[in-house]
Design a protein around this ligand. Structure first.
Ligand code: AMP
Ligand code: MG
Length: 343
């Protein structure tokens, strides 16, 4: 593999970046692209050989299906077959949340290669809101398969430099459009119709579109995970989003038992508030999820960036302070629990 090239997609350079990415994608190659959630590793979703390169670069197991991104709502019919009994709900959801970080699991169109969906009869699909991603999707004129641009199981990248650390030397191009505006991966749901009632939304992955927002359109139920199950959404594998340094999500401060001579860093949420973990120990390093006043929204944007900083700080363990488990906090706690799961 040649060196990984970075092209910038700032205003006046956007056209060149779009052209460079499309040329590669048309040639059956892969490229890392910015989205509003995290950076994605993109391939032409209808080209199985190109999709295979995504799995290879990420070292992603073939049982972990990819999300397909479409340029417009009208393109939905090219990748999915929407059953009559959920057409209205799909229209409501896509009107409310697309383009944006909501992924719908729908029956797959036969044109979508089995490799994309790991042989499932369903396809996960969304329309990204990122201007650069949208421009590339539109110019390419094809759906784009794009999982997060990290090696399998590792921390998702929210900047071009993070992609470089994960996949540098393994992919030909990174389109750099700065930091991602959401910072955590899309919300994933499937839809179960109910006669005469609002549908049930099965929540496969918590994300930026919250349960509270979805409740206007249906009843939200978290998909239950049974140990040993093949993942219904492998982002939901027990250990995922993991730094190399052990991370402990410390639900109760009294459970912290530091070992002498070990270096601990704090992933702080509550900063200097009363009872916050900052006073619990003489931390080697402290990184704050929400140093401003943005609280959960700010914490989501910074989560993977701060995890990466702490991972590079030469610590024996990262201690994470819990965030409130409402709204966006559900997605953040989901990522922290998986990052802290035993490997
Ligand atoms: P990533 O893009 O890296 O966040 O990964 C895509 C996520 O979408 C993974 O967690 C997949 O398991 C999930 N996904 C993709 N297709 C499907 C599908 N047909 N059914 C359930 N989950 C899916
Ligand atoms: Mg991922």
């Amino acid at each position: 593999m040649p060196e990984t090239r970075i092209v910038h997609a700032a205003d006046d350079e956007m056209k060149d970046a779009v052209r460079a990415a499309c040329a590669l994608l048309r040639a059956g190659e892969i490229a890392a692209l910015p989205t509003e959630t995290v950076y994605g590793l993109a391939a032409d979703a209808l080209n199985p050989a190109a999709v295979a390169k995504v799995f290879a670069a990420k070292q992603r197991p073939s049982f972990d299906p990819l999300i397909v991104h479409i340029a417009s709502r009208g393109d939905l019919k090219t990748v999915a077959i929407v059953p009559d009994d959920i057409v209205e709900t799909v229209n409501q959801l896509t009107t409310a949340f697309w383009p944006g970080p909501l992924t719908l699991i729908l029956p797959k169109h036969p044109d979508v290669p089995d490799l994309v969906t790991s042989g499932l009869s369903t396809v996960a699909v969304r329309q990204s809101a990122h201007p650069v991603f949208r421009a590339i999707n539109k110019e390419l004129g094809k759906p784009i398969a794009a999982p997060s641009a990290n090696r399998f199981g590792r921390i998702s990248p929210t900047s071009a430099s993070a992609v470089m650390k994960e996949l540098g030397g393994r992919i030909p191009l990174i389109v750099d459009a700065g930091a991602c505006s959401e910072g955590v991966e899309s919300t994933i749901i499937s839809i179960e119709p109910r006669a005469g009632k609002k549908p049930v939304f099965h929540l496969h992955r918590a994300g930026p579109v919250t349960k509270e927002q979805l409740q206007d359109y249906g009843k939200v139920e978290k998909v239950r995970e049974k140990p040993g199950d093949l993942p219904h959404a492998p982002g939901q594998l027990p250990s995922h989003y993991a730094p190399l340094t052990p991370l402990v999500l410390l639900e109760k401060p009294e459970d912290f038992k530091p070992e002498p001579g070990k270096k601990y860093g704090l992933l702080s949420y509550r900063g200097e508030d009363d009872g916050a973990y900052i006073t619990l120990h003489d931390w080697e390093t402290v990184e704050s999820l929400s140093p401003g006043s943005g609280k959960l929204a700010e914490a989501a944007i910074r989560l993977f960036f701060v995890m990466r900083l702490l991972d590079e700080a030469g610590l024996d363990a990262i201690i994470a302070e819990p965030v409130s488990e409402t709204g966006l906090g559900v997605a953040i706690m989901d990522r922290l629990r998986r990052a802290s799961a035993n490997r």
